[in-house]
Ligand binder design. Structure first.
Ligand code: AMP
Length: 393
């Protein structure tokens, strides 16, 4: 069976077409700058890569080009060969606790939840409609990034703010990266042949979040009402004292929106180092003795360790600490810096085993009190698997 996994942003559309018999990607790619001057797309299949500049006015245009290319490149003989389409949906609010088949009601809900994800949910809805136009009979599934965190108890998802904010405006913790955390949890369950694992999952990418998972269920996560909360990230500050917002607004004569932009796009690694949001540049800066990079790296590690320590206590007994996403899978020194700070808990890395990138691997020392793993994430495959499961049901 062939399933397409879709991740649409306001001006982008990322996709992977999977052969679900062997989980192999038949064609993947990205449409960029949709509706903006300079639009283009990249397609990858076998060892080939095509990059093409083309006027792409809308998500509908992108989907039509994609369908034409599937036939033209011989990836499918006809579009009916696509058995299902899974869409990554950033926000499912408190309504969606798992993936669902897209119906008119689901589409309406995704649109209604735009208040909570104004940059993402409208784009997802647009993309669902675009696929409906060209493949009206192909089942579609919505896979929500927030769904995995819906098992968090109320005393952990609520903020200590006026209760009416929650009742009237749905202000609460929702979390993000749920599809990635769920994938890692399922992968560890499968590899270690245990479904009673207590896991601290560290999704460390440009965005980052840490999740406490008990028997496959999320019991807490570091992101909050929005993905802004939690650990320090590439360009986001992570947790801050909100009182600095009106203070800096006044000092700089900025609006709340401008300050939020500073906190989301000009903070984190970028803000502290003044150099880059990319952890590779920070690592290089550390090696060269750049003081601001050294400071940024220390702050990043501190923020991750703070959440691991918190979840260590919450879980009581931890079986696995897992590292995933760009930094988690690839940064040998960041993993080492983090685990070094956990020596007091008897957690230790095996330096040789940690000398690995992008592969499933156990990296803890034999006598470590907790096993530490690198688990490459695969959100696209998780979306495709959910889609397959739901359309087969
Ligand atoms: P993601 O958001 O998961 O794509 O992760 C992006 C982050 O991963 C960026 O900060 C990259 O610098 C980081 N990253 C990717 N590859 C490496 C690498 N080989 N070493 C260190 N960091 C990496």
């Amino acid at each position: 069976m062939k399933i397409m996994s879709i991740n649409a942003g306001s001006s982008s559309l990322k996709f992977s077409l999977f052969n679900m018999d062997n989980n192999k990607v038949l064609l993947s790619g990205l449409f960029e700058r949709i509706g903006i001057e300079g639009s283009c797309y990249t397609l990858k299949y076998d060892e080939y890569k095509i990059k093409q500049e083309e006027d792409i006015k809308s998500h509908s245009d992108a989907v039509k080009i994609l369908m034409d290319k599937l036939i033209e490149l011989g990836i499918v003989n006809n579009l009916e060969e696509i058995d299902g389409i899974g869409h990554r949906i950033v926000h499912g609010g408190a309504i969606y606790k798992e993936s669902v088949v897209v119906t008119d009601k689901v589409l309406d809900d995704i649109i209604a939840l735009s208040d909570l994800a104004p940059l993402h949910n409208p784009a997802h809805a647009m993309c669902i409609k675009a696929f409906k136009e060209v493949l009206p009979n192909t089942p579609m599934v919505a896979v929500f990034d927030t769904a995995f965190h819906q098992t968090i108890e109320k005393d952990r998802y609520l903020y200590a703010v006026p209760y009416s904010w929650y009742e009237d405006y749905q202000v609460r913790k929702y979390g993000a990266h749920g599809t990635s955390h769920r994938y890692v949890s399922l992968k560890l369950k499968e590899e270690l042949k245990r479904d009673d694992l207590n896991i601290i999952c560290c999704h460390l990418g440009n965005g980052g979040s840490i999740t406490a998972i008990k028997n496959g269920k999320c019991i807490d996560t570091s992101m909050g009402f929005t993905p802004h909360a939690g650990i320090m990230m590439g360009t986001r500050s992570g947790d801050i004292d909100v009182s600095m917002v009106p203070y800096v607004m006044e000092k700089e004569g900025k609006s709340a929106g401008e300050i939020m932009n500073d906190l989301n796009k000009k903070s984190g690694f970028l803000g502290v180092s003044g150099l880059s949001s990319d952890s590779r540049d920070i690592e290089d800066g550390v090696k060269e003795g750049n003081e601001r990079c050294i400071l940024a790296q220390k702050m990043y590690v501190n923020s991750v360790v703070k959440y691991i320590a918190q979840y260590y206590v919450l879980l009581g007994k931890v079986d696995v600490i897992a590292f995933t996403a760009g930094i988690g899978e690839n940064s040998i020194s960041t993993r080492s810096d983090i685990i070094e700070k956990l020596t007091c808990l008897g957690i230790e890395l095996d330096a040789e085993a940690n000398n690995t990138r992008g592969k499933f691997a156990k990296i803890s020392a034999k006598n470590s009190s907790v096993d530490v793993y690198v688990v490459p994430t695969n959100e696209e495959l998780m979306i495709a698997q959910d889609t397959l499961n739901l359309i087969n049901r």
